[in-house]
Design a protein around this ligand. Structure first.
Ligand SMILES: [Zn+2]
Length: 319
C-alpha cells in the first residue's frame, strides 16, 4: 500500500514535470538543441540548404568526399611555383604533363598565384582580380580584397532587393546577361540565387557557424573567409526561374541544369564543381554554381574536361 502510494506520487510528479517542461518548451522558454535556436541562415536569402543535402551553405561548403572534411593532402605541397603553366612543378603533384595543355602564349591565368604553402598551408592568391584566378580552400583571397567593378546584372533573381548578393564584376555581369538570354532563346528560364558575397559577409557567416558548432565543425560545411569563390564577384548560383531547387541537389535533374552544363561555356562560364571531381575541387557536385573565367579559359576547360585545379596542376583539395 505504501509502496503503491509512493509510486503514485512519483508518477504524478513525473507527469507534472513533463507537462511543465512541455509547456515551457511550447512557450519558447526551453531550447532543446542548439541547432533549433538559429537555423543556418545562409547569407540572407540563400535558403536553408544547411550543409547536408548539398545546399551549398552559402555556396561554399567544401564538402568533398567523406563528411566534407578538408583533408590535408599527404604530399608536402612542393611549391607550385605560383605559376599555373609552370612546368616541372613539385615532383609529387598529381602528375599532369604541362605540355599537354594547349599553350597559348598569353594563356589567361598564367602566373596566377596558385601556390600552396608547405604541408597544405593556405596560400594567398597573388592576382585576386584576375578573372582566371584559382580560389579554393588552399588558395585564398587577400584579406582586403574587394572587387572594384561590381555591378548589377540585368537578369532575374529569386528575390527582388538590390543587395550585395545580386552583384557580379562587370565583365561577368555582362556575360551573365548574354547567358540568360541565350538560355531563353532555347526556352530555358533561369534565375539568380546568390552572386557576390563580400569578405565581411563571409566572415560574419563563418563566425556565426563557429560560435554555434565550433571551428572544426564549421569549416567542414562553410568556406573559410577568403576561400569562397563568391567573394571574387565572378561566381553565381543559379536555378530555374521558379526558384524551386535553389542551391539544392534536385536542381541537377532539371533541364536548366542540363542546359547550363552544355552551354555555359559559350558565355565564358564553367560549372565549377562538376560531378565526380569532388576529391579534386573539394566540393560535391554543384550543378548550380557557375564561375566566370572568360571565353578562352572556359573553352579550354570544357574541351579538356578539366577543373580549375587540374588546369593549374594544383594539388587536389581532398583525397
Ligand atoms: Zn555557389
Amino acid at each position: 500500500m505504501r509502496k503503491k502510494k509512493a509510486f503514485l506520487v512519483v508518477v504524478t510528479a513525473g507527469v507534472l514535470l513533463f507537462g511543465g517542461y512541455f509547456a515551457a518548451k511550447q512557450a519558447g522558454l526551453i531550447h532543446t538543441s542548439p541547432q533549433l535556436e538559429e537555423p543556418p541562415k545562409l547569407a540572407e536569402g540563400l535558403e536553408e540548404g544547411s550543409g547536408n543535402s548539398g545546399g551549398e551553405l552559402e555556396g561554399d561548403a567544401p564538402g568533398a568526399g567523406n563528411s566534407g572534411e578538408i583533408s590535408v593532402p599527404d604530399e608536402p605541397g612542393g611549391e607550385e611555383g605560383g605559376n599555373g603553366a609552370g612546368n616541372g612543378g613539385g615532383a609529387d603533384k598529381p602528375e599532369k604533363d604541362p605540355t599537354e595543355k594547349p599553350s597559348k602564349g598569353d594563356k589567361p591565368g598564367e602566373g596566377e598565384g596558385i601556390s600552396r604553402g608547405e604541408n597544405g598551408a593556405i596560400a594567398v592568391i597573388a592576382q585576386p582580380a584576375s578573372v582566371t584566378a584559382l580560389v579554393n580552400p588552399y588558395n585564398k583571397l587577400p584579406e582586403d580584397y574587394e572587387p572594384d567593378d561590381l555591378d548589377y546584372p540585368n537578369v532575374k533573381f529569386i528575390f527582388s532587393d538590390k543587395v550585395e548578393k545580386r552583384m557580379l564584376r562587370e565583365e561577368a555581369a555582362r556575360a551573365l546577361e548574354k547567358l540568360f538570354s541565350g538560355a531563353e532563346a532555347d526556352g530555358i528560364y533561369l534565375a539568380g540565387v546568390s552572386a557576390y558575397r563580400s569578405h565581411a559577409t563571409q566572415t560574419k557567416l563563418f563566425d556565426r557557424y563557429v560560435k554555434r558548432d565550433g571551428y572544426e565543425k564549421a569549416r567542414t560545411y562553410s568556406a573559410l573567409p577568403g576561400t569562397s569563390e563568391h567573394e571574387t564577384g565572378l561566381a553565381i548560383d543559379v536555378t530555374s526561374s521558379d526558384g524551386s531547387c535553389a542551391a539544392a541537389d534536385c536542381f541537377g535533374d532539371t533541364e536548366e541544369a542540363a542546359w547550363l552544363a552544355a552551354n555555359a561555356v559559350k558565355f565564358g562560364f564553367i560549372v565549377r564543381y562538376p560531378e565526380g571531381k569532388d576529391k579534386i575541387t573539394g566540393y560535391q557536385y554543384e550543378p548550380w554554381h557557375l564561375r566566370y573565367v572568360g571565353d578562352d579559359l572556359a573553352e579550354e576547360l570544357a574541351s579538356g574536361g578539366l577543373t580549375l585545379e587540374e588546369y593549374y596542376n594544383a594539388v587536389p583539395v581532398a583525397k
